[in-house]
Write a protein that binds this ligand. Structure first.
Ligand SMILES: *[C@@H]1O[C@H](CO)[C@@H](O)[C@H](O)[C@H]1NC(C)=O
Ligand SMILES: *[C@@H]1O[C@H](CO)[C@@H](O)[C@H](O)[C@H]1NC(C)=O
Ligand SMILES: *[C@@H]1O[C@H](CO)[C@@H](O)[C@H](O)[C@H]1NC(C)=O
Ligand SMILES: *[C@@H]1O[C@H](CO)[C@@H](O)[C@H](O)[C@H]1NC(C)=O
Length: 229
């Protein structure tokens, strides 16, 4: 039996969309990796991390996972950076980041939001570890650098973040010193107070009815106006 002829439409859609989505992600990480010229510096914590396993590859200033294009490490040391690159958020998958020997003035709040896997961050001495000293298990000073190591899970007991999440939700880490409350099934909505599935039929049914009534009203009133000319 031959396939229906209209099938080429979704197929074409898939052929166009899937590669471009993957390309977009690669492009984004390439943009960050190219934010600073030259290769990784061999003495960087990121280079040491990258060399510790055979299935990690260096590209420019980045350390990537095998062929998957995921950024695991980043050496932005000695890059004359006054602030972080605009696409810095794209490397939230990184385990190790080196920002030493840069004239960085400060790290804006939220710079590391979503960096849940970050375990080693090397900074110029004048900058503090993001989230404060309680967030890291081990902070050491090495020459002109500050090393922030082993991010604590802000949801873990004594931190106190856990108790801020309403009932029906779960505290999850969202980067150094940051947490978010995610509703657990079947709770949803504001403060996870609603239970059960989202009432799609009621929601869209009501929306549709209101739209229809408003359109009808407008049509009638505008028609009346038109007649008076
Ligand atoms: C840095 O490491 C790479 C690969 O491990 C090596 O080929 C290169 O010679 C090293 N460069 C310096 C300056 O040590
Ligand atoms: C930084 O890079 C410059 C060249 O661009 C080099 O001369 C200098 O020694 C480097 N400094 C450090 C601390 O690596
Ligand atoms: C803290 O980090 C330093 C430098 O990496 C390391 O030498 C030291 O053993 C660490 N201390 C703890 C308690 O993990
Ligand atoms: C939570 O805290 C306990 C003790 O403070 C520690 O043993 C455990 O490894 C922590 N778990 C995580 C996920 O950080």
């Amino acid at each position: 039996m031959a396939a229906p002829s209209w099938l080429w439409v979704p197929q074409l859609f898939l052929c166009l969309m899937v590669p471009s989505a993957a390309a977009l992600q690669v492009e984004a990480s390439e943009q960050v990796c190219g934010c600073c010229a030259g290769p990784m510096r061999n003495e960087s914590v990121a280079a040491v991390f990258c060399g510790s396993r055979w299935d990690r590859v260096r590209r420019g200033r980045c350390c990537l996972e095998g062929d998957q294009k995921i950024v695991l490490g980043l050496d932005f040391g000695n890059c004359s950076l006054h602030r972080l690159c605009s696409s810095f958020q794209e490397v939230s998958t990184a385990f190790v980041i080196d920002l030493t020997d840069n004239p960085l003035e400060s790290l804006p709040e939220g710079s590391f939001q979503g960096f849940t896997q970050l375990q080693t961050l090397a900074l110029p001495l004048k900058l503090d570890c993001p989230g404060g000293s309680e967030v890291w298990k081990n902070i050491t000073i090495q020459g002109n650098n500050r090393l922030c190591q082993d991010q604590r899970n802000p949801c873990n007991g004594s931190g106190g973040f856990d108790s801020l999440c309403p009932e029906g939700s779960l505290c999850t880490s969202d980067g150094p010193g940051l947490s978010q409350c995610l509703c657990v099934d079947p709770y949803h909505g504001y403060k996870c107070l609603r239970q059960g599935n989202f009432p799609y039929l009621l929601f869209f049914g009501t929306l549709g009815a209101i739209t229809t009534i408003l359109s009808a009203l407008l049509w009638i009133t505008q028609r009346r106006k038109a007649k008076t000319f």
